[in-house]
Design a protein around this ligand. Structure first.
Ligand SMILES: [Zn+2]
Length: 50
């Protein structure tokens, strides 16, 4: 399990439908909405997840 960096929900990265790469790391999201938010401000969310 990993964490959706946008909303903080637990996400199974092996089954996540919504994923993106940023800074060499893979991020998984619970929804398209969270993925879109991350891609708009990846620096903000990537920092809080680390
Ligand atoms: Zn989410």
């Amino acid at each position: 399990m990993t964490k959706d960096p946008v909303c903080g929900m637990n996400v199974d990265e092996n089954n996540a439908q919504y994923q993106t790469q940023y800074g060499g790391k893979k991020y998984s999201f619970c929804s398209q909405d969270c993925k879109t938010k991350f891609e708009k401000q990846p620096e903000q969310y990537a920092r809080s997840a680390a």
